[in-house]
Design a protein around this ligand. Structure first.
Ligand code: FES
Length: 123
């Protein structure tokens, strides 16, 4: 039966609050797996909270590739337009390259388009 798997490169920014800051971590993610869970299984602990595609804590920037974001509870067309992804509920549909730790950027983006949660959540 063999599930299709994709190669996913996760670029952890230099300034990320992570032991892996500055690294590029390559993992394999099955087509029915979420990127966040797959990364954590591989020992890369990325931030998340709700794990339902709602809170935006896990936001990342999609640098290359396509994801299926249909399991996210709150994901807007403008997020897709700006290549923002919620990796807790993102399933790969191609090989991917992703920049992690984009929660603040996501909040700013949502505020710009007047979508929740916007600047009110910025500390
Ligand atoms: S962890 Fe809440 S949206 Fe992904």
């Amino acid at each position: 039966m063999g599930e299709t798997t994709y190669s996913v490169e996760i670029v952890v920014p230099e300034d990320a609050d992570s032991e892996r800051a500055g690294e590029v971590v390559e993992i394999e993610v099955g087509e029915e797996e979420y990127v966040l869970a797959a990364a954590r299984n591989e020992g890369l602990w990325l931030p998340a909270d709700c794990q339902q595609g709602w809170c935006t804590t896990c936001a990342a920037e999609l640098l290359e590739g396509e994801v299926d974001q249909s399991d996210a509870k709150r994901y807007y067309e403008v997020d897709d337009d700006e290549d923002m992804t919620l990796i807790c509920t993102a399933k790969p549909r191609s090989d991917l390259r992703i920049r992690s730790h984009q929660h603040r950027e996501m909040l700013e983006h949502r505020a710009e388009y007047d979508k929740p949660p916007g600047k009110s959540k910025l500390g």
